[in-house]
Design a protein around this ligand. Sequence first.
Ligand code: MUC
Ligand code: MG
Length: 368
Amino acid sequence: MKIAAIETVVFDLPTKHPHKLAMVTITTQSMLLVRVKGDNGLEGLGEASVVLRYGSETIEGVQAAVEHYLAPPLIGRDPANIEEILAVMDGILKDNWCAKGVIEMACVDLVARTLNVPAAVLFGGSVRESIPVLRVLGNGVAEKDIALAEEAMAAGSNNRFLVKLGRADPKDDVERALAVKAALGDRAIVHADANQCWNEATANWCIERLEAGGIALIEQPLPRSDVDGMRRLTERHTIPIMADEAIDTLESAMAFARNRAADAFSIKITKHGGLHRTKKVAAVAEAAGITMFGGTMLESTLGTFACIQFYSTIVRLDWGCQMFGPLLFKDSITVEQPEYRNFAITVPRKPGFGATIDEDKLTFYRRK
Ligand code: MUC
Ligand code: MG
């Protein structure tokens, strides 16, 4: 099979309520749909979702990188030769993980659909039928976060939550996270994510209090480049420390593994530049005894289907996944909707990622 065409569409999905992160407040999330068309008449779908100031890419930049640089030399190549596809893209642009990752994602979907197997089969097969799913609480106000968590628990969609910190005064942040944990008690697991906002002294002060108040895990407390600081926090505190922004390339994952600078990694397909590269990062983590979390970049249903298909193959996914995007958005651009049940998301068994585009919805949400 050969790649006959690669097409892109930017679309913007509104959220049900503002989602406040340290970097940005999201009311509309911009995503890029990539369709890789095979000469066999089938197409593979990929989705890139970008959170501004999380990494360095923008959705318009990802589209330009795909359209102008990465896609043209891939036409006529076999999408099953993923290592070759990755090498060709690396020969054209440095980094640009999101742009490379979304093309690779669509190639994987196309190959799996052509073989008529779920994409998980290409990554060793699923080791679970559903994945416990954490919901990020991004209201920035304890009462609203608690109300949202109670609603999610009553609906059976989530009993794991994450409080976003790093935006406010550290003392207020800690108070808010502890208020959420105190209200939910033993009924829920609560993580905290500082998205690189603290220095080491602040992190030590906050982590001691968060741990004492029953928070289960601390994500990316320090700036991404601070491997030594993350190692010291990991050694000093009993509560698990997770690396997120700090690990993107295989080399950065190796540096964290070698230094044991985290207890856990948040892995993400587009952050690492595709499913194959994410599997390599997972292998480094596994070898170092580092557990994993199936992270999100706030994907819509399409990207969510791709992520859960892949995450179902990760053996040490001890922290479950964070694929709550479809619960935050008002609408979706796929015919199929993910199933959230028993606090977990079901892994579909359909060919590829198991998602098809609702063309009317895409027409409505595509950027004009
Ligand atoms: C993260 O884990 O930092 C993107 C959306 C969200 O809620 O969190 C970020 C990712
Ligand atoms: Mg994070």
